[in-house]
Design a protein around this ligand. Structure first.
Ligand code: SAH
Length: 249
């Protein structure tokens, strides 16, 4: 069995029990160096650690599959959830026959939402703005659709030094559909040592110092700032009004 483990946003307390057990049982751990570093305290003494850099996902998965075929208990770690822009799907693509188990984790938009308040109380979408694996035109087509559908939008991989213009273009597409006062929250390194939590609005978003360690949450027409927290109305307020009217009508 090869286990694709989601380690959550960064804090050891946010790993599931199953993830902790899988790590404790690993003979080999394969992952992106900074993520393996986050969970190094949970590995058994003597575990073989195989780390690699960014954009080496294919090499990493090939190595994990080779070690698995050689009979090792291999754990592949992803940040957040391993099946959400993580390593789980790639392992399955590379070897449809391999026994791959996925251990879910808390994904970045859940962690970021918890820090901001309760912005994901109604329908929402997650978009990655990285054009490394998805063509830019496709990224923009999806952004337009989500902006028009009035979904709360969580943006992963929002910018890099090279891609700042794409981020600004995305913000402009949201502004074409939503008011500049629309609440926006962004969280950098949620549940890690240097965590930052910010509330702003859509009109100011393009000027914010957002980088690739950040998740951006753009509100819908139902999203408001209440007591310093970003909250999307689920629809209860309308229900209460109905309930108040109902007895006499
Ligand atoms: N598998 C991961 C997502 C990988 S995509 C998950 O389920 O969370 C990588 C992107 O996720 C980053 O560019 C950033 O936008 C977001 N991200 C990951 N960890 C984060 C964290 N701790 N705080 C804020 N954003 C994070």
């Amino acid at each position: 069995m090869i286990v694709a483990v989601g380690i959550g946003p960064g804090d050891e307390a946010l790993l599931t029990g199953e993830a902790v057990d899988a790590l404790a049982d690993a003979e080999v751990v394969v992952g992106y160096a900074p993520y393996v570093e986050l969970i190094s305290g949970l590995l058994p003494v003597g575990a073989q650690v195989e780390t690699s850099g960014m954009r080496q996902e294919v090499e990493r998965c090939r190595l994990a599959l080779d070690l698995h075929r050689a009979g090792k208990r291999v754990v592949v770690v992803s940040s957040g959830d391993a099946g959400i822009y993580g390593m789980a799907g790639l392992l399955m693509e590379l070897d449809a026959e391999a026994e791959v188990e996925v251990v879910p984790g808390i994904t970045a938009c859940q962690a970021s939402a918890a820090r901001l308040g309760a912005p994901l109380m109604n329908d929402f979408a997650v978009l990655s703005l990285s054009d490394l694996l998805t063509p830019r035109a496709e990224v923009l087509r999806r952004v337009r659709a989500v902006a028009a559908a009035d979904l709360v939008a969580c943006l992963y991989n929002p910018t890099s030094r090279r891609r700042r213009p794409l981020f600004e273009e995305v913000v402009a597409l949201f502004l074409a559909e939503r008011a500049p006062q629309t609440p926006v929250g962004w969280v950098r390194n949620a549940y890690r040592e240097d965590e930052e939590v910010h509330l702003t609005n859509l009109g100011s978003l393009a000027a914010e110092p957002i980088d690739m360690w950040t998740t951006v949450v753009i509100g819908s027409s139902r999203t408001e700032v209440m007591g310093g927290r970003m909250v999307t109305r689920r629809g209860y307020a309308d229900k209460y009004e109905d309930a108040r009217k109902a007895p006499g009508e």
